[in-house]
Design a protein around this ligand. Structure first.
Ligand code: NAD
Ligand code: UD1
Length: 337
């Protein structure tokens, strides 16, 4: 297939491009480089052993999208979005513009070009504060911040378009907590500034970029009092995208699918696993809970297996080992211009 990967220069997109190329698909990366880098694209090419096309452009530009879609694209994977919960609370309009308007433009361009297959990056954030774990796709959808709203609205827009165009197929992939890196150590997560998420923060402590970790809350009703999440290796996510995009031609309508391991891991369990993987101490202090955090959240991933034949292969050990290999080899992340 010829696949347009919007946001393919970013963290999950870059790993997915490598996995798509390994399956023999033709990949076109489309990214405005607001959080991705050309260095990542170069490394994706190196890992793929192929000259993958890269177009610098914005998903809010109908004209740029029309250009890249005019050339026989079979499917689109839409990763392009802003993703910081805290930033979305201070800059909600930027999030609505990028994530909602960007999705509308992409749908318009696909509709105009007759491209009928879409895989969309959604998030477990659409479940808000879950009433029951593990979380099933049929759980109540609710959001607690503007980032989450942008994902939920985008899901609704895609679902409505599928309702109106019977030949339009979409899979909404709801990721739990993506972590880890390609086992080569060539590509990985490269947050700008201070990381908000646990794994990149822990790995920057291990490599000496930050003195210690603040553990947000030690009094949750979880086995060790710290927050429990479903961490999922980015290589497993990449594999799920390949399966989802390949399956689109034989599916119809819009389906939402959780991507997680189905296992909860606490903050302290992850810290210990990272210490083992890196051989370094991770000093930490337990501080107040972070506003908006839930105690425990993990997926029921059974639908992914039923529909896509996918289940996670990697555990926390591999997630930490691969994240550490990437961090050690690239202590300052990618080259950015
Ligand atoms: P990322 O920031 O590394 O990648 C997103 C890419 O999209 C970047 O390369 C960025 O430059 C590009 N981009 C952003 N806005 C764009 C625009 N208007 N036009 C063109 N390109 C644009 O993020 P990621 O972690 O790889 O996340 C990918 C997707 O998965 C996002 O939609 C995110 O919301 C979703 N998601 C991520 C996580 C996570 O923890 N990483 C969890 C759940 C869902
Ligand atoms: C966060 C987002 C979620 C998004 C996900 C992407 C919030 C409220 N939620 O999820 O919408 O989809 O990232 O990966 O921001 N922790 C610490 N110290 C730190 C960082 C985190 O103790 O420095 C703890 C948190 O309290 C939590 C766990 O680690 O218990 C995981 O946190 P994080 O990696 O930020 O992910 P989520 O909060 O689950």
């Amino acid at each position: 297939m010829k696949i347009l990967v919007c946001g393919g220069a970013g963290y999950i997109g870059s790993h997915t491009c490598v996995a798509l190329a390994a399956r023999g698909h033709e990949v076109v990366i489309f990214d405005n480089l607001s959080n991705g880098s050309e260095d990542a694209v170069q490394r994706v090419r190196k890992l793929s052993g192929r000259p993958l096309a890269f177009v610098e452009g914005d998903v809010r530009s109908l004209e740029s999208l029309r250009m890249v879609l005019s050339d026989g694209v079979d499917a689109v994977i839409h990763f392009a979005a802003l993703k910081s919960v805290s930033e979305s609370c201070s800059e909600p309009l930027a999030y609505f513009d990028n994530n909602i308007c960007g999705t509308i433009r992409l749908l318009q361009a696909m509709d105009g070009a007759g491209v009928r297959n879409l895989v969309f990056s959604s998030s477990a954030t659409v479940y808000g504060d879950p009433q029951v774990v593990p979380i099933h796709e049929g759980a109540v959808l609710q959001v607690t911040n503007p980032y989450g709203r942008s994902k939920l609205v985008a899901e609704d827009l895609i679902r409505d378009l599928c309702g109106a165009r019977k030949d339009f197929n979409a899979t909404l992939l709801r990721y739990f907590n993506p972590v880890g890196a390609h086992p080569s150590g060539l590509i990985g997560e490269d947050p700008l500034g201070t990381p908000c998420n646990l794994m990149p923060y822990v790995s920057q402590v291990a490599v000496g970029r930050r003195p210690r970790l603040n553990v947000f809350g030690g009094d949750y009703s979880t086995p060790d009092g710290t927050g429990v999440r479903d961490y999922i290796h980015v290589m497993d996510l990449a594999d799920a995208h390949v399966k989802a995009v390949e399956q689109l031609n034989s599916s119809s309508g819009c389906q939402a699918i959780n991507l997680g391991t189905g296992h909860g891991v606490s903050v302290l369990e992850l810290v210990r696993a990272f210490e083992q993987a890196s051989g370094r101490d991770i000093p930490y202090t337990i501080v107040d809970r972070r506003p908006g955090d839930v105690a425990a959240c993990w997926a029921d991933p059974s639908k992914a297996f039923e529909v896509l034949g996918w289940k996670a292969k990697y555990g926390v050990r591999a997630m930490c080992e691969d994240a550490w290999r990437w961090q050690l080899a690239n202590p300052n992340g990618y080259r950015r211009h």
